[in-house]
Design a protein around this ligand. Sequence first.
Ligand SMILES: Cc1cc2nc3c(=O)[nH]c(=O)nc-3n(C[C@H](O)[C@H](O)[C@H](O)COP(=O)(O)OP(=O)(O)OC[C@H]3O[C@@H](n4cnc5c(N)ncnc54)[C@H](O)[C@@H]3O)c2cc1C
Length: 451
Amino acid sequence: MENNNISILGAGLIGSLLGIFLRKRGLDVSIFEKREDRRHQLYKEEGRSINMALSDRGWKALEKVGLKDKIKDLAIPMYGRRIHDEHGNTTFQQYGKDGEAIYSISRGKFNQILVDEAEKVGVQLNFEHKCEDVNIYKKQIKFSLPKWEAKKHQANVIIGADGAYSALRSSMQKQERFDFSQHYISHGYKELSIPPTAEGEFAMDPNALHIWPRGKFMLIALPNPDKSFTCTLFLPFEGTKVCFDKIHDKKDVESVFKTYFNDAYNMMPTLGEDFFKNPTSALITINCYPWVKNQCLLIGDASHAMVPFYGQGMNCGFEDCYVLDGLIEKYGTTSWELIFEKFQKMRKPDTDAISQLALENFIEMRDAVSDPKFLIRKKIEARLHELYPKEWIPLYTMVTFSDIPYSEAYAQGKIQDRIMNKVMADPLITQNWDKLDYEDIIDQVETARMV
Ligand SMILES: Cc1cc2nc3c(=O)[nH]c(=O)nc-3n(C[C@H](O)[C@H](O)[C@H](O)COP(=O)(O)OP(=O)(O)OC[C@H]3O[C@@H](n4cnc5c(N)ncnc54)[C@H](O)[C@@H]3O)c2cc1C
């Protein structure tokens, strides 16, 4: 049946997982990917090994397609943040309750498994097919192939999972009443690396996400199964004392790292080379609507790219797949208009909320986490959650360890934030936090919710 024929653009994390979901619903699925098939080469992305944090929403989607156990074998649990101060001292801040963790996983290996699985369940894969344009009304896709070949493909249903610079979205932008905005933050990022020790061991605690918060900039590191760490340096591009524009040679790199990240510097023997070999990349937020036009749908980063500071871009895209699959389960595939319309209405408030939270969390990560008052605040919130598990759920827990809609988490988080600001305004809070009237705080939450 015509309606059962789906063309997905992009075999990234979201496109390949969506392919699996749709194929498992008995649909004919073809994925078109601009890159060549690199699954069987040693995994490296432009010379870098990049890893990501996978959390509950991502796991939920993987579980639904039966991939949770396979992926878990490759993932390293990180139970909290390990904060490195400028003198090399570290403190550990647990993310959630005992046993709750986010998981570090190699993006390339993960993508490879998803594409392999898509192929296994019968998705047709077309590599080296770069979408140049989509005629939304005719549902015709123009591809460029290697050697300047071109190809037209007549589709029935088109889903753009082709990332932040989506070609489907560009074609939709030519339509009337398509809202679009993009915003680059002033910071960029660069991937670096901490290799295993001479004894072949992890150079730091592998079960933590390491952060070197330095106010306007920061370094983070996530563990890899080969006992190395992938580090990401976030710096302003220009205009501040420490910024990418002012780092010209290895001596400059050394000077910045020795001054601000000395303990990390001592574990990075190839820092100078890596810094100039690896690209400096920008960080973008994309906002657009509608996501649907004539049976063409945007999903994942194509519809809502966000900055990476909540570690939710991929998790949110996986949740997109989960929600879309739930709608197909409920309504069948006879009316894609109905399903896509419901999908965008449901998801847009949630993806707006997590995009905003991701921007806000940058300040928390690069600055607040090193403030002793921040630790007290977290302790109070943890106590409230322990005493009143339903009435008070810390924002990080709602986003990372639950599937509470992001928009609800956002609204609830703002109420809690206001109340915590009042609690923290007490000049003696550092001494008194243990003796607070926790019941009264919960009463305040209940009252605020009713207003
Ligand atoms: C530094 C950094 C760290 C991050 N860390 C995390 C994290 O820890 N946790 C988390 O959840 N998220 C994280 N993210 C976000 C995450 O990377 C994205 O949300 C996720 O990759 C989105 O997947 P996607 O499939 O929608 O897009 P992409 O991963 O961009 O994949 C798009 C695919 O489409 C293909 N494509 C593009 N254009 C075309 C075209 N014209 N024709 C055909 N194919 C095309 C591309 O080659 C690619 O394969 C991070 C992002 C960054 C930048």
